[in-house]
Design a protein around this ligand. Sequence first.
Ligand SMILES: N[C@@H](CCC(=O)N[C@@H](CS)C(=O)NCC(=O)O)C(=O)O
Length: 202
Amino acid sequence: MKLYYAPGACSLAVHIALREIGADFETLAVDLAKQTTADGTDFRTVSPRGYVPLLQLDDGTHRTEAAPLLQYVADLDPSQALIGLHGTDRRLAVIEWLGFIATELHKMFSPWLWHKDTADSTRQFVKDKLHSRFEELDGLLANQDYLTGAFSVADAYAFTIINWVNFLALPISRYSNLGSYVRRVAERPSVQEAMRTEGLIK
Ligand SMILES: N[C@@H](CCC(=O)N[C@@H](CS)C(=O)NCC(=O)O)C(=O)O
């Protein structure tokens, strides 16, 4: 498999999951602004939508969308520890969180907070929405280490998106449990390795 990624982008979640399960894969960085890959390919020829994550499977198939890719990677591990067995409450809970993160966090941050020309009123609306989501997560994480008890692909995704507060200089110190959670996830060897590979840490 080959993961097309941009450093620190939502593709980091899939990168973390691949490392968590010990998958055999390679990575290829994409410059999203220039739409070129590190080997000089026009990214649009690989991904007409022009976004990461994109996972090239061993038969050459290209697949996108962070939440489904996370489910796919978690299922590659026979134990399915990162998602839960089919038909279990844990699996439903993990998939529920993936949907929540994709629609209520990921697509709230992106594109609105990333673009300098987003209107101030829109920016404030997004920040207010995120505040209520962060408050909810902060309350939940007062009593548990991870979103569904044990670490799952939902945590890889949540960590990746919440970590954007550091790029955007958004304060999260008021959400102390959420801050501890981000640090807890960041300490996992898979996360350290993925972030090092992406050049986010030394
Ligand atoms: N629907 C896609 C969206 C992925 C997405 O927004 N990727 C961003 C990085 S986090 C990107 O590549 N943006 C560049 C672009 O859209 O041109 C998903 O959920 O995976």
